[in-house]
Structures are given as C-alpha cells and as structure tokens.
Design a protein around this ligand. Structure first.
Ligand code: GLP
Length: 240
C-alpha cells in the first residue's frame, strides 16, 4: 500500500483534498464517499475552499455517507450526518439528489440498508472513498471480525467504539449500534484513501501497516487491494 506522510494535519488534509479534487476533475459526476468523525474535518474545509476558488466544481458530484450511529439524526450534535452537513454539505450548497446518507433515525434499518445498497447499485462503484481509522482498526463501522461479504448492514458496536464515541457528543448518548457500508462495497471502490492523524492513532496505523491483512483489524484489509493509499501525518506515522 502506498503511504504518504505529511508533516502536519493541515498538509495531510490538503493532500487528501487534492486526491478527491483530482478524482472529481477527471469525472465531474463521480461518486465520492467520505467518512464522518473528526479526521476528515480539515479535508472538508480544504474542499470547500477549493470550490470557492474555482479549483473544483461539485455541482454534478454524487456524495455517499459511509456510516451513522443508529438512533441519531441531524439534530443530534456529533452524529455523522450532523458533522458532514455542518462542515461540508451545507457549505457546498448541494442539491438534495446529490446526496445519499444513512438515516440513523429510521424505524426500519434493514429497509434503510436496502435503500442505500440500491443507490450504490445504480450509481456505483464508488470512485473515491476517504476512510478514517477507528482506534480498534474499524473502517466505517466495520468492527473487528467484520465479514468481507457485507454490503450495507447494521452492526453491534464494539466496546472500544462505544467508549470512544463520547468525544463526539455534548451529552452522554447510548450508542450501541451503527449502520454502515460493508467491506465488500468499500473495498470495491476505485480509489481508497485511508487517513489518520495524531499521535493517538500511531499504534493502530503501525498495526495497519505491519500486521498481516486480517478481519481482526479491518483497516489491514485495505492493503489487499491495489487502489488503496494510506495518508498520515508525522504524528500518526510515529510508530512506523
Ligand atoms: C468513527 C466513524 C468512522 C470514522 C472512525 C474514526 O466511529 N464511525 O467513520 O472514520 O470512527 O473516527 P475519528 O476520525 O473521529 O477518529
């Protein structure tokens, strides 16, 4: 897996943003999937700046959400939907039909999975996906042990993920399940960017690189496909 190390978080975000911009400039109606979470926030800002400066035009681009906490919606600060809209979609002024995102408040999660799978069948495969890495190596909400055959599905969240989740929320939230694209869909993307920042990610980044590909650490599976790259800053690369 090609690894690109940037000196710091702002430069890491610029590098990832350039990758996405390259994809959209080559294919204006590309299907782009970007994770929620803290890691891509600087990428969102760089992409908004790039559009404002005329370096890229997202008016024909399709955007797909990677995952969501089951039970949380747009009005829940810290939900994936709230973060991605607040930091990215609202600033690009996209049309509703340009976005497909999991509804964490759905009364029927299985139907919601089918809806998103149907969208991917129609618009996919994903042209470019930007993934964060969970502290336990999850990608999207594909937790340790996840099946390679999964498309969209509901997941019982790992203890590590539940514990880490408190960083997103102002008030304590019961987040026991997630809804996510599966490994089958993610690994079929034409361009996969695995992104990590900061010293707290150094151990899982080192495991991702050095551990043989295994479902026990889902981020290692990204190494099994040739179209994947790892983008990290110096702090996250510290244990490499
Ligand atoms: C979260 C999200 C993922 C994210 C990952 C890393 O739980 N569900 O989409 O990529 O875990 O999160 P962060 O970037 O906040 O470290």
């Amino acid at each position: 897996m090609k690894t690109l190390i940037s000196p710091d978080y702002p430069q890491l975000c610029q590098a990832v943003a350039q990758n996405v911009i390259h994809c959209v400039n080559a294919k204006p109606d590309a299907l782009i999937c970007i994770a929620g979470g803290d890691t891509p926030l600087g990428v969102f800002a760089a992409l908004v700046d790039a559009q404002n400066q005329g370096q890229v035009d997202f008016s024909r681009t399709q955007f797909l959400g990677l995952d969501e906490w089951l039970g949380l919606g747009q009005s829940d600060k810290g939900s994936c939907r709230e973060m991605v809209w607040h930091h990215f979609f609202d600033k690009l002024t996209l049309r509703e039909e340009q976005i497909c995102f999991f509804d964490g408040l759905t009364a029927n999660p299985q139907a919601e999975c089918q809806r998103v799978d149907g969208y991917i069948e129609q618009h996919g495969p994903i042209d470019c996906i930007v993934l964060g890495i969970g502290m336990n190596g999850h990608i999207g909400f594909n937790e340790p042990g996840a099946s390679l055959d999964n498309t969209c599905h509901v997941i019982d969240l790992d203890e590590v993920t539940q514990a880490v989740s408190v960083k997103y929320f102002d008030t304590p939230r019961e987040v026991k399940q997630g809804i996510s694209l599966g490994l089958k869909t993610i690994l079929a993307a034409k361009n996969i960017v695995l992104m990590a920042s900061g010293e707290k990610k150094a151990a899982i980044v080192a495991q991702t690189v050095n551990h043989p590909a295994s479902r026990d650490i889902p981020s290692t599976l990204v190494k099994t496909v040739p179209q994947a790259s790892l983008y990290v800053d110096n702090a996250a690369a510290r244990a490499l």
